[in-house]
Write a protein that binds this ligand. Structure first.
Ligand code: FES
Length: 255
């Protein structure tokens, strides 16, 4: 799949909670090609801004409008600069990059996500059938669960856990996952903090449920050239940017 370098305009910058934003970008060629689980590499082009590209999973695509959405949390210099962008500001996007999720015959599916790990799962869920798909989302507190509204049109059931017990089941996603895995799911897709993905992958293996994970690593080049993103797989060293970021959990041994 050819990669495209697009000079993109900001269409929309929308706050979703106190620190999380949805950024909609004009990127018609990338929107045409990108599949769930792939990412784009973004560089700011205003004078004085950071020169390095940063990776973001694609959260939604509108091929008719030629736009892609990313959802990010402000957590450093780059995302602070992103949050200042307004419509008509421009930036540089390279993509689509990486290997997306395996979508072949998933059967009854459970998505498991936490924080901005839910962003690539949102794009994924828009391509799955709602009648066969549920989502389990974990958060620290109920204020972070604007995700419910975004997922609602695409799923049958939404299961929720919060660390502080302010909504849903008290605890992490692991408070609910083992019992959910006895309910006939054939595929789990998980994206979020590494300890969560490892715990979910182990639980799926124990119950013999196929599990796809989406790994997050620092990615300097995004194209397999610099080795900044490698991690140990069960059979070989993996480049997250080109071998992934989506992997079968059984391919991964370092989280
Ligand atoms: S980011 Fe350079 S090899 Fe993966």
């Amino acid at each position: 799949m050819p990669k495209v370098l697009e000079q993109s305009g900001v269409v929309l910058q929308k706050p979703l909670d106190a620190r999380t934003y949805l950024l909609r970008l004009n990127a018609a060629q990338i929107a045409e090609q990108v599949v769930p689980g792939q990412f784009v590499h973004i560089k700011l082009t205003m004078p004085g801004e950071a020169l390095l590209r940063h990776p973001f999973g694609v959260a939604a695509v509108d091929k008719t409008q030629g736009t892609i959405d990313i959802i990010y949390r402000v957590a450093g210099e780059f995302t602070r600069a992103l949050a200042k962008l307004t419509p008509c500001d421009r930036l540089s996007i390279l993509g689509p990059l990486g290997r997306g999720f395996d979508l072949a015959a998933p059967g009854r599916t459970l998505l498991v996500g936490g924080g901005t790990g839910l962003a690539p799962l949102l794009f994924l869920v828009s391509r799955l059938g709602a009648e066969k798909t549920d989502v389990l989302m974990g958060a620290r507190t109920k204020e972070e669960l604007f995700w419910q509204k975004l997922f609602r049109p695409f799923v049958q059931h939404i299961f929720i856990t919060t660390d502080d017990g302010s909504l849903g089941t008290h605890g992490t996603v692991m408070a609910l996952l083992p019992s959910l895995l006895t309910q006939g799911y054939q595929r789990v897709y998980v994206c979020g903090p590494s300890p969560m993905m490892k715990a979910v992958a182990n639980a799926c293996e124990a119950q013999d449920v196929a599990c796809q994970v989406s790994l997050e690593r620092y990615m300097a080049c995004g194209m397999g050239a610099c080795l900044s993103c490698t991690c140990q797989g069960r059979e070989k060293r993996l480049k997250v940017c080109t071998d992934g970021p989506a992997f079968w959990s059984k391919e991964v041994s370092e989280w």
